[in-house]
Design a protein around this ligand. Structure first.
Ligand SMILES: NC(=O)c1ccc[n+]([C@@H]2O[C@H](COP(=O)([O-])OP(=O)(O)OC[C@H]3O[C@@H](n4cnc5c(N)ncnc54)[C@H](OP(=O)(O)O)[C@@H]3O)[C@@H](O)[C@H]2O)c1
Length: 430
């Protein structure tokens, strides 16, 4: 039998322990698939005394993960610490410096340093596997990079954050408000105590930046992603969406426009009969459209010990078997620094919720503000009537530019009868 693939695991939390458990449980079949055993020779975490629920007896313990990455007897360093800089980055730099391949689940790190790390690794003929970093257990990196290599990708979009999808699903099914559902998700372990990275869209944006690089041969450009989270979505929006035939999802989408690469993460109204509208709860899904293949959709669990370990181990099997592809599909020096298509240039239809005083002249002012920006109204709905309280009025408008809609909403927001700032959700034709 050939030599084992020796791996050093940095981080023994949810994903680290899950990965080691999977490697033990399926050791025999993995050896057959990889052509050689995959053996954990070294591990590192913060607390040596913590019971990880997995057998670490054959592995050397390192207090310092970066030292381990540089010095352990290992062919591959598996970085499962997390964070865009700090120890995770130090581990990757040390691994590359010592001539070891990397496998990581760390989307934040790659979204910021992906191009630089890929260049540095590939210049030393090393590889970085990151299947687990995008949509957890869904093998979407391999699907785009290898399975769809023959296509020119016209668009790629998806539900990339399970926490947000869980919250939006619960809000729709129970009619409860965002804060209430978030608190419950935190209790259930579906949301972090500090939820901002998820609910404000950053995690989805990290993943989108990686998908866009793979799909378009671009340098990873996290800074070019337009990001809006789901905090402003109210039960009223969800109710109106149903009435209008839509469902609200946080989508990440990327495509090439005449002005460059458009990368957006924001809540979208999507046709409630579309396949992706039915992806509920903590599930993720990605749709990629290629010129030869047409639409493809991938769905599965985007997080959790099992699904994420499944993806980490897939990368390890590839390395053990000697299957190597450039990190982002093209050799790193060929990745293009694409221009950013500005969000202001985005064209689409919009859903707008106004909270206005129910008195004569207010709606006339609203329609005049749209007319001034040449925005054409498609429909208008009002729920309830009240002489004393403000009422929600929902307007959908035909395709217009982001600039026009923002200008119209600015002047509506400044009007006398407007009680709350106008709220807008983009309607996404899929
Ligand atoms: N959890 C998921 O479902 C999921 C899904 C996809 C991707 N990911 C990504 O996977 C990575 C790990 O996530 P996780 O959920 O497994 O995190 P986690 O449960 O918080 O585990 C992090 C691990 O890193 C260790 N660690 C922290 N600082 C360290 C340091 N300076 N040196 C050595 N070890 C250190 C911790 O040690 P102690 O245990 O001793 O504190 C812990 O074992 C992140 O990049 C995350 O974004 C996670």
């Amino acid at each position: 039998m050939t030599d084992p693939l020796r791996i050093a695991v940095a981080g023994l939390g949810t994903v680290g322990a899950g990965t080691i458990e999977l490697l033990h449980k399926h050791a025999d079949s993995l050896t057959l698939k990889a052509g050689r055993p995959i053996v954990v020779t070294a591990v590192s975490a913060r607390d040596k005394s913590k019971d990880r629920g997995v057998d670490l007896s054959g592995a050397r313990w390192f207090d310092d993960a970066a030292v381990m990455a540089g010095e352990a007897e290992a062919d591959v360093v598996v970085e499962l610490i997390g964070g865009e800089d700090g120890p995770a980055k130090a581990v990757c730099d040390a691994a590359i410096g010592a001539g070891r391949d990397i496998v990581t689940a760390n989307k934040a790190l790659l979204a910021i340093h992906g191009t630089e790390l890929a260049r540095s690794a590939e210049s030393r003929e090393l590889n970085i596997g990151y299947e687990a970093a995008v949509a957890g257990g869904i093998p979407i990196v391999k699907a785009i990079r290898e399975g769809l290599a023959g296509n020119s990708i016209s668009k790629i979009y998806g539900i990339l954050n399970g926490t947000c999808n869980y919250i939006l699903t619960e809000m729709r099914q129970t009619g409860r408000a965002f804060d209430d559902v978030l608190a419950e998700a935190q209790k259930l372990g579906y949301a972090e105590a500090e939820p901002s990275v998820d609910v404000d869209g950053f995690d989805a944006a990290h993943k989108l930046a990686l998908l866009a690089s793979l799909a378009y041969g671009a340098e990873v450009d996290f800074g070019g992603v337009y990001i809006e989270g789901i905090r402003a979505i109210s039960p009223v929006d969800i109710e109106f969406a149903e009435t209008l035939g839509y469902r609200i999802k946080l989508l990440g989408s990327a495509r090439l426009t005449g002005q460059g690469l458009e990368q957006r993460v924001h809540p979208c109204m999507i046709d409630k009969d579309s396949a992706i509208a039915h992806v509920e709860g903590v599930f993720n899904a990605v749709v990629a459209s290629g010129d030869f293949v047409g639409d493809t959709m991938f769905e599965g669990r985007g997080a959790g010990a099992g699904p994420t370990a499944s993806a980490v181990v897939a990368d390890l099997v590839d390395l053990a078997a000697g299957r190597r592809t450039p990190v982002f599909g093209l050799p790193a020096p060929q990745l293009q620094p694409l221009a950013r298509a500005p969000m202001e240039a985005h064209v689409g239809a919009y859903y707008i919720r106004l909270t206005v005083a129910d008195r004569p002249g207010v709606i006339a002012g609203v329609t005049a503000a749209f007319k001034d920006q040449q925005v054409s109204i498609e429909s208008m709905l009002q729920r309830g009537r009240s002489e004393t309280e403000a009422v929600p009025v929902v307007i959908t408008v035909h395709e217009t530019s982001e600039t026009s809609i923002r200008r119209a909403l600015e002047s509506i927001g400044a009007m006398d009868g407007t009680v709350e700032p106008p709220h807008m959700i983009r309607i996404e034709p899929l």
